[in-house]
Design a protein around this ligand. Structure first.
Ligand SMILES: Cc1ncc(C[n+]2csc(CCOP(=O)(O)OP(=O)(O)O)c2C)c(N)n1
Ligand SMILES: [Mg+2]
Length: 441
């Protein structure tokens, strides 16, 4: 094929045509040489800021909760501040109880959000309740902010008959709730990122939700090493959609520190590569997170385009109950972070400076949260699992496929054979509602 030379293309007339997929007018003046200034110096570059400095971090409160000079705080009243603070405190309360419950062998697994309370609760508070949320796994705080109950949290972690997330068929912390616009967590990292681009595009195409709701997608800096991160951002960038990508940069992907995960300037540096408006925020400053996410959300809706926010924080807890982080980081590093840059303390000190909080309120809140969590735990502990046959329902939408039918028949055959005569099977079946009788018919 004979290709016209660049110079011929550069002189080609500008023709506006509509993109087939998005309906957005496109110009043919997009060729690499058209708008780029010409230089004669071999000026390689490797910095988003253009002067080798790191991307700045948006912050409003200092380490002791004092507003920085020139900081414009988001408008919050005392009641809202209390709601923020109690939601932030609820996370470690739940984490402490469920961590111990896992150690007692009562649940199989758990992950805490220790250290990331401001990023999670601040984002939740800045989103609309109807925005679609696609999380990674540490974002239970978003669900709690939206009214997901402690009983529902326990039901999911215990996998009991009240588990509306997945009928007890998922690992603990794999929450999902259509009612709360929270898409079910899936373990393989970064799968939620291209899905979020698709959800956002669906929102844009929906006559009732266009310009009203966005898709907010949380992921860790580790997940951003997956191909799906790039696929997702590319998709949201080229087929514009109101997708808000929230990277929780907590310093670790299990044992791999962020310094070994990338050679560039964090995750934020990748946004401009995709033509995506980007901001880095202090993820331990809840007020900065609220302002950043509110503004990012507004941009998503006004421009109908994706936005990336990188929240800088620190994973204080172990990666999960399957991890001992002191095998790869010093205990003193964690203690220092808890002391020097604690998101909960920073906000508490801010509230105290406004006269909105004191020691009595703190003691009362902690006691109340602990009692609420313990009550939900004790209730969940005694509950049965769903009927055994529920294992096979709602696996796929529509007609049940042959393989699910076959599996149900096989289990039914085995339960009939051993369920009435063999003690280990009887013991296991007694954990299910109706003791597995539904499959013995
Ligand atoms: C595709 C895939 N690879 C590996 C894993 C195992 N894995 C689970 S969590 C995790 C670390 C993720 O780190 P990050 O995204 O930074 O999230 P964080 O745990 O720090 O919140 C890894 C490697 C996985 N779940 N999926
Ligand atoms: Mg991480």
């Amino acid at each position: 094929m004979i290709r016209p030379s660049n110079s011929l293309l550069a002189r080609a007339p500008v023709v506006l045509r509509r993109s087939f997929s998005t309906g957005i007018p496109r110009r043919n003046d997009h060729l690499p040489t058209t708008n780029s200034p010409i230089i004669t110096k071999l000026d390689f570059f490797n910095s988003v800021t253009g002067n080798d400095t790191q991307i700045p971090t948006y912050r409003l409160l200092d380490g002791v909760g004092k507003p920085l000079d020139g900081a414009q705080l988001p408008e919050i009243d005392e009641a809202f501040a209390h709601r923020l603070y109690s939601n932030m405190q609820l996370l470690p309360t739940l984490d402490n109880v469920l961590y111990n419950v896992q150690r007692q062998g009562k649940i199989s697994f758990y992950m805490t959000a220790h250290g990331e309370e401001a990023t999670i609760v601040g984002s939740a508070a800045a989103l609309d309740m109807q925005d679609e949320v696609l999380g990674q796994y540490r974002e239970m705080g978003v669900l709690l902010w939206r009214g997901f109950t402690l009983d529902s949290v326990m039901a999911q972690c215990f996998g009991n008959e009240e588990d509306t997330s997945g009928k007890g068929r998922q690992m603990p912390v794999h929450f999902g709730s259509p009612e709360h616009h929270f898409h079910t967590i899936s373990s393989p990292l970064a799968t939620q990122i291209p899905q979020a681009a698709g959800v956002a595009y669906a929102l844009r195409r929906s006559p009732t939700r266009r310009s009203k709701n966005i898709a907010a997608c949380f992921f860790g800096e580790g997940a951003a090493s997956e191909g799906d991160f790039h696929a997702g951002l590319m998709l949201a960038s080229t087929i514009p959609s109101p997708a808000l990508f929230i990277a929780r940069n907590n310093g670790f992907a299990i044992s791999t520190p962020s310094t070994e995960q990338y050679n560039g300037d964090g995750i934020a540096s990748r946004g401009p590569g995709y033509g995506i408006d980007t901001l880095r925020v202090d993820g331990n400053d809840v007020l900065a997170v609220i302002s950043a996410i509110r503004e990012a959300r507004k941009r998503c809706l006004e421009q109908g385009r994706a936005v990336l926010v990188e929240a800088m924080t620190y994973r204080v807890g172990h990666h999960s109950t399957s991890d001992d982080s002191f095998a790869y980081r010093a205990r003193s590093e964690v203690e220092d972070r808890k002391r020097i840059d604690n998101p909960i303390t920073r906000f508490r000190l801010f509230m105290e400076s406004r006269g909105w909080w004191n020691n009595d309120a703190e003691t009362e809140l902690k006691a109340r949260l602990k009692a609420d969590v313990m009550k939900a735990f004790k209730r969940a502990e005694t509950m049965k699992r769903a009927e055994l046959g529920e294992l096979f329902t709602d696996v796929y939408g529509g007609q049940e496929p042959w393989n699910i039918k076959e599996q149900r028949q096989e289990l039914s055959r085995l339960v009939k054979k051993y369920g009435t005569i063999w003690e280990p099977w009887q013991k296991e079946l007694s954990k299910f509602r109706n003791n597995g009788q539904d499959l013995m018919k």
